[in-house]
Design a protein. Sequence first.
Length: 161
Amino acid sequence: MMFLQEIGSIPILNHKISDWNSLETVIFCLGIGGTSLRLWCFKCLKEFFTFNITVKKNHKLITTGPYSLIAHPAYTGGGLMIINVIFLWYQLCSYVPEYFPASQFGSFIWLVGWWNIITQSIFLSLIFKRVFHEEKLLKDHFGKEWDVYFNQRKRFIPYVI
């Protein structure tokens, strides 16, 4: 539909979808970057990747790829994806009233939008809990090797946090 709007085949019904500003472009790129970062992490971890926090037999501490810069790059990628989801939800909130009267859906859309922020915040707090649990498990398993690795890098953003 956006392609047809751009070439003039159909009228632009909602300028919010057809015209991107710099903020929308940056947030879209953050989402793509977050997804790419997570996929890169999965590729670097190879057989050591699991959705459950566990140490496998013959487990090695991965220090290459994105793990050479930060301790938890997959969670950083996930955080970038969450920012994208919240922003895209609010884009949808501006899109729906074009086709449905506000009296029917307006309050509902914003209520669901706030629900999205609340649930994403809960999800984020659970991720932090998971990170600390993972760090304890890795410290217990790798000992000094983990201490050296972890003290040389930040958790989520290189040189920041």
